[in-house]
Design a protein around this ligand. Structure first.
Ligand code: SF4
Ligand code: SF4
Length: 678
């Protein structure tokens, strides 16, 4: 060390560089970042072709939070980006920790570079003394996270290749040939490029540090402990050799940033905008299409990608192609063509080409969705696949593309107000032998007991309806029913794609609620529960809505009802309760001690009935209900309890297909009613 040099620990930037060399560095940086910015701007312009949503702000400002949305924006950023909520709760056993290592390693290097940049290009100089020593030791250590994560990611792919996993397919049809359950890790040339570049960059970062230490040793170098250890094996190197390594590193960094917008690793930036700026909507709420929009555009729903909202278009680019959505899709898992990951890729391709979505996404796949939201729940960048699918269904239905039993269901809903086609006066059949108060009789009531089409029509579901009415009576709850004045909520119609039939039913029902000044509603159907709670607000409804297990759970807690014993009962969470409305606690409060199948609560597995699928035909080997029944039977329980008439109908047909063992299928309300009769 030169005896005239300062003994304050620090390091010199651009060590040994002449002014022309520094200028060359700035020119190359400008060119690389300019190229990247040009590509980003091209994507932003593509997203801007989408349907604008409030708040309407001009140009790039559209993508930034407003004063009103700022706190939600930062909160989302904290939860979904920094705390990696979705990745941490992922079912991917090795994928999740690998991703966390890469993410936090990347973030730490970003922080290190930012601090260095501030010190180099601002008048504030702090990169010295104890701070410098701590900086070196900390970021040398944290960089290893990235290294381990990258080696892990490459290792997973190498193992996948060894096991015969093919290169990721470009289209849905090609993807059908790939058994994703056998090969959960996809790999494409671009993935290898991104991972390879990041690995070389990280290794070279340490090599560069070692070269600096070798070329210009300092007494405090041991704080840069990884680089220092490598330097000891390097011996002394010349300033020219150090500069060559520096240029290699910088050129690689610049190439990486220039190609970043083209690689799927771009999600490290886009995930921020997709998650922090996510629409402030409940998971189960679909967009209400205003009639004025139909008059203006002369179409219903989404035909080409530009009919999606701007956020939806941007979210397509944010997809990290992790496949978590596909892994949990009940349709994909029974061998159907629907593959939500591929659907997102195909929608993105349609955004780029401007082609119609329906042929690109394939109608067959679009109709296979049960709207179970398992994909939405699993997606780390919060893509709303169900919105993407139902919006195209709306367009298809408006063009007469739906036929068969589902089309019959729509006609029945329109003509009778009942998805099963039963006339309105049959909605009171289940009341036979019970004294059920009716709203039209004029008495006051606290709760409207909303029965729903299934609860009033299906013989098994009617048992649940009767049990709920008897329990409410026993607990002294003041309630009333609408009887023949109740019409279908419109949920099956909306999710099948018949938006304006849903709106007609919603307006009709809200009119009845207003007539009877309804303040609270309780229902035993999670689909009605979701529509009434999350969607009827758009039509002027203001009441509180409860699933029957929520109210019954409260009554059990308050000691107004006895709980039931649960010897050998397994509980099946309905998607629209446990996942879509995040209510897994109430059923378990109502009857404690029930068994859980492997997939339960928010990660429950779909019975296959939602999204109008109840009225669509499918061969037995392609039924999600059979797959779920197998899981429930495997728990060894002798009773399957649930809280949804749709699940009940599906599992009632499925359980005998997968076991010869007699099993009881029952709603929680019936178990509770039995306990309260004793
Ligand atoms: S849509 Fe979401 S879950 Fe599916 S592959 Fe993309 S990022 Fe992963
Ligand atoms: S909502 Fe369910 S069925 Fe539809 S794509 Fe997502 S996971 Fe598959």
């Amino acid at each position: 060390m030169n005896p005239n040099e300062s003994l304050v620990p620090t390091r010199e930037e651009f060590l040994y560089f002449s002014l022309p060399e520094k200028l060359l560095f700035y020119v190359l940086t400008f060119l690389a970042l300019g190229y990247a910015a040009q590509q980003v701007w091209a994507r932003v312009k593509l997203w801007q072709t989408g349907r604008p949503t409030a708040p309407l702000r001009e140009g790039w400002k559209y993508w930034l939070p407003t004063r009103e949305s700022a706190s939600q924006w930062w909160q989302n950023l904290l939860v979904y980006v920094l705390a990696q909520k979705k990745v941490r709760s992922s079912r991917k056993k090795s994928g999740a920790p690998m991703h966390l290592l890469i993410f936090y390693g990347f973030v730490s290097l970003f922080i290190a570079t930012t601090l260095l940049g501030i010190n180099t290009y601002s008048p504030i100089k702090f990169h010295q003394g104890n701070y410098y020593l701590l900086y070196e030791a900390t970021f040398d250590t944290l960089g290893l996270l990235l290294l381990v994560g990258l080696v892990w990611a490459i290792g997973r792919r190498l193992i996948a290749v060894k096991q015969g996993a093919p290169v990721a397919a470009a289209t849905l049809f090609e993807n059908q040939k790939i058994d994703q359950r056998r090969y959960p890790v996809s790999h494409a040339p671009a993935d290898w490029l991104a991972l390879g570049m990041l690995l070389v960059l990280t290794l070279n970062g340490y090599w560069l540090e070692a070269a600096r230490i070798s070329a210009n040793p300092k007494p405090w170098d041991s704080w840069s402990w990884v680089g220092h250890a490598i330097a000891r094996s390097m011996g002394t190197i010349s300033p020219e050799a150090y500069k060559a390594i520096w240029w290699f590193h910088i050129l690689l960094v610049l190439v990486f940033f220039a190609v970043l917008p083209k690689l799927r690793i771009r999600h490290i930036v886009l995930a921020i905008f997709a998650t922090a700026g996510k629409p402030n909507l409940p998971m189960g709420k679909l967009r209400t299409i205003p009639m004025e929009e139909v008059e203006q555009t002369e179409q219903v729903g989404v035909k080409t990608a530009k009919d999606y909202s701007r956020w939806h278009l941007m979210s397509l680019d944010a997809c990290m192609e992790c496949g978590r959505c596909t892994e949990v899709c009940p349709a994909w898992n029974v061998g159907k063509v629907l593959n939500p990951k591929q659907l997102v890729q195909d929608a993105r391709a349609a955004m780029e080409s401007g082609e119609d979505l329906a042929p690109k996404l394939t109608e067959e796949a679009l109709w296979q969705c049960t709207t179970c939201h398992a994909c939405v729940e699993a997606c780390p960048v919060l893509i709303r696949h169900v919105d993407l699918i139902v919006d195209v269904r709306r367009n298809l239905v408006s063009e007469g593309a739906l036929s068969g039993p589902a089309a019959t269901m729509l006609r029945q809903t329109a003509s009778t107000g009942n998805a099963w086609g039963a006339p309105a006066n049959e909605r009171e059949k289940w009341m036979a032998g019970l004294e059920v108060p009716l709203c039209r009789d004029g008495g006051s009531f606290e709760y409207l007991f909303w029965v729903g089409c299934a609860g009033a029509t299906d013989p098994a579901a009617m048992k649940t309806t009767r049990a709920v009415a008897e329990l409410l009576t026993k607990a002294g709850i003041s309630f009333a029913c609408l009887g023949r004045e109740e019409a279908c909520t419109g949920d099956p119609a909306r999710r099948t794609g018949e938006e304006f039939l849903f709106q007609e039913k919603a307006e009709q029902n809200v009119g009845v609620f207003q007539k009877y000044s309804v303040k609270k509603v309780v229902t035993a159907c999670p689909h009605c529960f979701n529509s009434l709670k999350n969607e009827y607000g758009d039509f002027g409804a203001t009441m509180e809505v409860f699933h029957h297990t929520q109210l019954l759970g409260d009554l059990v807690d308050a000691g107004r009802l006895k709980t039931a014993e649960s010897p050998n009962v397994v509980f099946h969470d309905p998607c629209y309760l446990g996942r879509v409305n995040d209510e897994a606690g109430a059923p378990r409060r109502t009857i404690p001690g029930m068994k859980n199948p492997p997939n339960h609560s928010a990660k429950t597995r779909c019975c296959g009935a939602g999204g109008g699928r109840m009225w669509m035909e499918e061969p037995p080997n392609e039924r999600p209900s059979n797959a779920r029944a197998e899981e429930l039977v495997a728990t060894g329980a002798d009773t399957v309890a649930m809280g949804c008439p749709f699940c009940r109908i599906m599992l009632d047909a499925a359980i005998p297909q997968v076991t010869e063992k007699p099993m009881r299928l029952v709603d929680l309300a019936e178990l509770l009613q039995e306990a309260n009769q004793k």
